[in-house]
Design a protein around this ligand. Structure first.
Ligand code: UPG
Ligand code: MN
Length: 897
């Protein structure tokens, strides 16, 4: 997911406060102290089924939401579908007035307060250092504006709940067939080690087992490494799926990724054969263990097999890698050779599972060979395809975006489904009905035709219980995206997103095009493949429910090879106006943006249980690199022709504001780091005012902070977040802003001068953990230069606290001075609270007992206070300690000499 997560922290961050206390304001940014009901993911499904009657009682999770489409529903029923119009396949909910009105009113009041604050500051340009006053004014202005941008995009949150029952009623036929449209599923991987293969194969299994008509969805794995391990692993997976998928169907298994299924306590049984369940499950559990062993064994089996073949072939020199069928692997070899290296090999397409027949096929009964009785279960599997695009060192492969564009073309020549859903290699289908949910939005008669994509939230399984590094990004996924859902739709976050194929091709939405889809100027736009170009119009037929891939004759194979070449996209619009967007560290936000800019809308779909789930980096350094990619990508977008401010009128004004905030947010770090380092002055000086008169200044700050607090309190209610979710968001915003965003800003400056920007560094995934130390990764410390600024901020604030304790003890301060210093201390302590997770990360395994960090801090304060006292004593021995209060606009006159 792109920039967004952080963006959201960015915006609400702050407003007009001044230096020291600025950060306070920042931090009180959102939430409040409510242990909110975990409403986020819950959706009023019962209410969604059936039209007017709100069936059952409202779950506490939904108590702040109210349906707003009663009128549309009634009209739809009156139509009775007789005019051939499509049904209403989702329900729309808004936040109840009792929360929404106060939320908006508080935002307005805060806006007024900020404006008054600025006016007051401009009229009172007094401070101990005018340079400081100026910087803080600019900083405050920036924070005020970004807060506003962030807040306005959240003023109309909308939740939409798919009506799966109605979809089934309308599209599934009594004879077991279905009129649902076809769907191509894309999944990507690069590296079997950094992205452990077991995740990828689990994802694929969950896709094959999804509750969607088997003959209407196909799965495409793109392997950017071109490694035979993935291909052979996929063969094993297809074999295992032949048992697993019927097992899931027979017993209504959820979730359908075996790894997660076996790691959970079983749910209440809802399948058709309770008497067989216990035995079947035990058998599948054993089968799954064996399957995993076979996957692991591939790492030794393939080299052995290749040795045998190489020996037989009497090969001298380069040693080929061989497939099981006795042919040489065209991709990357284990011992790399010319044209068989990583990043240098031919394109490969292999169909592992052919498109199934259109009629259900019942399986076999139990036998001695297989104790599973599938005699009443359809055992067909969806089509499964392996793709590895051509790679050559002379060509820029554009990472994930490049891989997906190849998937787009290859699938166009094979199954050409009007809808596509894409996954990262470590994200699996957690709710087997999720594909159907996405389709509800695409086929709905209201906005369906104008919907380019349906984004599902990203959820993660393996995050530590307190979510130390804010991997869940709840504020983003449960507040910000619902806000956007009420405008033009959520941004695209890279995985778990269903697309309309022709929207990706750059076709305009019906709302903005006079008549049917036309293809003009095709080869300069789409490249020279005739087969591809002739696939475009059929892809626009969203109701096409027959998937009929061509037989893989030589001509088809030649076409496929052609669209997978590096050179195919030269001189075309691929990567710009067609497909996923190139030349940016994060392809996601910008690709979604392009669709919104073309006038399409998007929909946000949360469901219960979560549609999809994946893995997250719980190692601090990995996490920071991930944020670096997102924030760098965002800035790149802001400073490119995809800048939201340059888009035409099809982009909704509020959506433009949201994108502006989402892309420019890392700039805040420039001011923030300044504010956070400001306490350095206190180390040398007793007191220092950023704004006078001080009491009025503090009063304004208190008001602005209290308002932020109140707004956040309301927000976590409707978003259904917990206080901890909110605190993590705040903390990680500050950590990102100190450790990462300055680097991102630096990179973009380099890039603007024609040097290299941020690159797509693959996020390393945790290796499936041993039970003894489940979160070992959390405690691993890896050095990176990015860590320095945050460490400096910690050091400065720790020293400032120590020094002021020292000065308070021997400085002979008045009560007033003490009070001011007290405020300063609160600020320092607050910064430390915010950066706490980072500091924990730094102490590695010691952080298993977080109180150790607390003790370390206290020891540091005392040591520094003692040093400060010693220095003062020495100085007063030589020269009397002297503090001259500067009378206004001059810079410090005394450093204690
Ligand atoms: O050359 C490449 C590099 C990456 N990938 C795939 O891209 C996906 C995402 O990569 P990962 O390193 O896991 O990125 P994350 O930081 O976890 O990803 C988030 O952020 C990315 C944008 O920065 C989005 O593309 C992702 O969907 C989103 O989950 C993985 O499936 C990779 O296999 C490729 O196919 N080819
Ligand atoms: Mn990932």
């Amino acid at each position: 997911m792109g920039s967004l997560a952080a963006a959201n922290g960015a915006g609400h961050a702050s407003n007009g406060a001044g230096v020291a206390d600025q950060a306070l304001a920042l931090e009180n940014g959102t939430g409040n102290g409510h242990k909110a009901s975990d409403a986020n993911r819950a959706t009023p499904v019962q209410q969604a089924n059936g039209s007017s009657k709100a069936a059952g009682k409202v779950s506490p999770k939904d108590k702040y939401w109210v349906a707003v489409d009663e009128g549309e529903m009634a009209a739809a029923i009156a139509d009775g579908g007789e005019d051939g119009r499509r049904p209403l396949l989702y329900r729309t909910f808004k936040v109840k007035g009792i929360l929404l009105h106060p939320y908006r009113l508080l935002s307005l009041i805060r806006l007024v307060a900020i404006v008054l604050f600025f006016v007051w500051r401009v009229r009172h340009p007094y401070a101990d250092g005018m340079w400081l006053w100026w910087i803080s004014m600019v900083g405050d202005l920036w924070f005020g504006v970004t807060w506003l941008l962030n807040q306005v995009a959240k003023l109309n949150p909308v939740k939409r709940v798919p009506n799966l029952a109605l979809l089934q009623q309308q599209f599934d036929l009594p004879d077991g067939n279905s009129n649902l449209p076809c769907l191509d599923v894309f999944i990507n991987t690069v590296d079997p080690i950094n992205e452990p293969m077991i995740y990828t194969m689990n994802s694929i299994i969950s896709i094959l087992a999804a509750d969607y008509p088997v003959d209407k969805h196909a799965c495409y794995l793109s392997d950017d490494g071109g490694s035979i391990i993935h291909y052979d692993g996929l063969l094993e997976t297809a074999k295992f799926a032949a048992l697993w998928v019927p097992f899931c169907r027979k017993h209504s298994i959820e979730p359908r990724a075996p790894e997660s299924y076996f790691s959970l306590n079983t749910r209440p049984y809802t399948g058709n054969a309770p008497q067989d369940f216990v035995n079947d499950r035990r058998h599948m559990c054993r089968e799954y263990d064996e399957f995993k062993e076979r996957l692991d064994a591939l790492f030794t089996l393939i080299p052995k097999r290749s040795d045998v073949y190489n020996h037989a072939a009497g090969k001298e020199g380069a040693k080929a890698t061989w497939m099981a069928d006795g042919t040489q692997w065209p991709g990357t070899w284990i011992d790399p050779a010319e044209n068989h290296k990583k990043g240098q090999h031919a394109g490969i397409v292999k169909v592992l599972l052919k498109h199934p027949s259109y009629e259900p096929e019942l399986g076999l009964g139990a036998s001695t060979n297989s104790p599973l009785d599938f005699s009443a279960v359809d055992v067909r599997l969806p089509m499964l395809v392996y793709i590895s695009r051509e790679k050559s060192p002379s060509c820029d492969h554009q990472k994930k975006a490049g891989a997906m564009n190849v998937q787009l073309r290859v699938s166009a020549l094979l199954t050409n489904a009007p809808f596509i859903i894409n996954f990262d290699g470590d994200h699996y289908v957690n709710n087997s009905k999720a594909f159907r949910a996405g389709i509800c939005f695409m086929l709905d008669r209201r906005e369906g035709d104008n919907t380019a994509f349906v984004q599902f939230p990203q959820r993660f399984d393996d995050v530590d219980p307190t979510d130390r590094y804010c991997n869940h990004n709840r504020v983003f996924f449960d507040a910000t995206l619902l806000g956007l859902n009420g405008i033009q739709g959520p941004s695209y976050v890279g995985t778990g997103c269903m697309f309309r194929r022709v929207a990706l091709y750059g076709v305009d939405p019906p709302r903005w095009r006079p008549d049917d889809v036309k293809i003009v100027d095709s080869s300069s736009k789409f490249g020279s493949s005739e087969s591809f170009i002739s696939s475009i119009l059929p892809a626009a037929d969203q109701e096409r429910s027959i998937m009929s891939p061509p037989a893989l004759e030589e001509s088809v194979m030649a076409d496929l090879a052609h669209v997978m070449t590096c050179a195919y996209e030269d001189g075309t619009e691929w990567g710009r106006e067609v497909g996923w967007v190139y030349n940016i560290a994060t392809e996601d936000v910008v690709t979604g943006f392009r669709l919104h800019r073309n006038g399409w809308r998007s929909m946000y779909c949360r469901m219960e249980p979560d549609a999809f789930a994946g893995t997250a980096p719980i190692n601090l350094t990995e996490r920071l690199y991930q944020i670096l990619r997102w924030s760098g990508g965002s800035l790149e977008m802001f400073f490119s022709h995809n800048c939201p401010l340059l888009a035409g009128r099809r982009l909704h004004p509020m959506q433009r504001i949201a994108y502006a905030n989402m892309t420019a947010y890392p700039v805040s770090s420039v001011f923030l780091v300044f504010y956070l380092l400001f306490p350095v002055i206190w180390i040398f000086r007793g007191q220092f005012y950023i704004q006078k008169p001080f009491p009025t200044y503090v009063l304004y700050l208190v008001i602005v902070i209290a308002l932020t607090e109140l707004i956040g309190m309301v927000e976590i209610k409707w978003a259904g977040l917990t206080l901890l979710d909110w605190i993590r968001n705040e903390q990680f915003y500050i950590i990102g802003a100190t450790a990462v965003y300055p680097t991102a800003v630096f990179h973009i400056v380099l890039k603007l001068f024609g040097l290299k920007g941020v690159s797509f560094k693959l996020t390393a995934k945790q290796v499936a953990s041993s039970t003894s130390d489940k979160f070992a990764e959390l405690y691993a410390v890896q050095w990176a230069p990015m860590l320095i600024p945050t460490m400096v901020v910690i050091a400065v604030n720790v020293c400032a606290i120590g020094a002021s304790i020292g000065k308070a003890v021997v400085g002979g301060w008045s009560l007033m001075q003490m009070a001011d210093a007290g405020l300063g201390l609160v600020f320092n302590a607050w910064i430390l609270v915010l950066i706490y997770p980072f500091a924990l990360g730094m102490i590695g395994r010691w952080s298993k007992r977080p109180y150790i960090l607390f003790i370390l801090f206290v020891i540091a304060f005392i040591l520094i206070a003692l040093v400060d006292i010693a220095i003062q004593a020495m100085r007063s021995g030589i020269v009397r300690f002297h503090f001259k209060s500067s009378g206004g606009a001059t810079f410090p006159t005394s450093w204690g000499l």
